[in-house]
Structures are given as structure tokens and as C-alpha cells.
Design a protein around this ligand. Structure first.
Ligand code: FES
Length: 203
């Protein structure tokens, strides 16, 4: 009979997550950095999560994708499957991959672990932008669209991201900075999730 911990693990992670965590694909082993066409590094080692993604590109197609992380099991599984997804994919398509596309391929992630797939998504985006900059295609870099989180005070996810980059550490500080959640308060749960995600990314 399995113990409680075993039952929880079975419940939490899909077989696809377990497979990619136990046998991660396309891990950066040696010094392959030198011949990469694009490089993206996100996260903060101080809070334990950092992700490096390198891509090789030919005729607008990603021909190789390597990665290295100090992240958790979910970050490893997410980026492993992401690296498989993008090989052979046009840059334009890869540029628009979202965390929900990654978690769908993994057959889901526990809700508390969704933010881990954001690391790979952001690092890939950064690697593609690095490639665009190096190849004089900066006009292809797109501003990420903002989503309104607090409708009462018109605060977006970009405002929360900016606040965290500026040093905000908790919900009270975020509220002081942006006035989020100061009317009906319905936005608080989503705002706290995003705060958590961005703290992982920017420390
Ligand atoms: S939706 Fe944010 S306070 Fe109402």
C-alpha cells in the first residue's frame, strides 16, 4: 500500500511531467553557449529559480533548443517539453507560446506550480528577442499585451510586473504602489498569484 506522500505525488503530477523530470530532454551540458544564435536568461538565483535557454536558428526555424535551470521539478519538466515543442517550429510561432500551451502538453500542472512554466516561456521569449536584436530584426520584437487584473482601479499585469521589478515584495506594498484591490477586492487572489510569479522571476 502506498503511503500518504506517495499518494499525493501520484495525484499531483501527470505521467508526462514525471517522464520529463526524470529524463529531461535537451539539457545544456557543456559550453554550447558560444555557437548559440539567441540566448535568454531569466529569474533570480537568489530566490532559487533561474533559467537559461539557448536557441539555434536557420531560415526562421528553431533548429535546436538547449536549457539549464536551477528551478524545481515543474520548471525542469516544463522546459524539457518546451524544448521539444519548439524544435522545427517557426520563430514567429515559438514567440507566442504561452505557459498554458506548455502545461497543456504536460497534461496539466498543480495550480501552485503553474508559475514554474513561466520561467521557460519568458526565457524562450528573451532568447528569440536576443536573436532578433543580433540579426537586425528588432522591428519583430513585440510589446507583451497587458491584461487588466483590477478593473476598479485599472491595474494590469504589466503594472504588477513593473512594481515587483521596482522592489515591491508583498501585497500591502503592491497595494500602496498601485492602489490595486482598494475598491471591491475581487482582484486580490489573481493579484497575489501574479505577485508570487513575478517574485520568482525578479527576486
Ligand atoms: S477589481 Fe480590484 S478592487 Fe475591484
Amino acid at each position: 500500500m502506498s503511503n500518504t506522500t506517495g499518494q499525493q505525488m501520484d495525484w499531483m503530477y501527470s505521467d508526462t511531467v514525471k517522464e520529463h523530470f526524470m529524463n529531461p530532454k535537451n539539457v545544456l551540458l557543456g559550453d554550447e553557449k558560444s555557437d548559440a544564435d539567441g540566448e535568454g536568461l531569466v529569474g533570480d538565483i537568489k530566490c532559487g529559480d533561474q533559467m537559461l535557454i539557448l536557441i539555434k536558428v536557420s531560415d526562421g526555424i528553431i533548429t535546436d533548443c538547449r536549457w539549464k535551470t536551477y528551478g524545481c521539478a515543474s520548471a525542469i519538466a516544463s522546459t524539457s517539453i518546451l524544448s521539444e515543442m519548439v524544435k522545427g517550429m517557426p520563430l514567429k510561432e515559438a514567440y507566442h507560446i504561452k505557459p498554458k500551451d506548455i502545461t497543456a502538453k504536460l497534461n496539466g500542472l498543480p495550480a501552485v506550480k503553474i508559475h514554474c512554466s513561466v520561467l521557460g516561456d519568458k526565457a524562450l521569449r528573451s532568447a528569440i528577442e536576443d536573436y532578433y536584436k543580433k540579426t537586425d530584426q528588432e522591428n519583430r520584437i513585440e510589446e507583451e499585451k497587458a491584461t487588466v487584473i483590477c478593473h476598479c482601479m485599472n491595474v494590469t499585469d504589466k503594472d504588477i510586473e513593473k512594481a515587483v521589478k521596482g522592489g515591491v515584495k508583498n501585497y500591502q506594498e503592491l497595494q500602496y504602489e498601485t492602489k490595486i484591490g482598494t475598491v471591491c477586492g475581487k482582484c486580490k487572489p489573481r493579484a497575489e498569484e501574479l505577485l508570487h510569479d513575478y517574485k520568482h522571476l525578479y527576486g
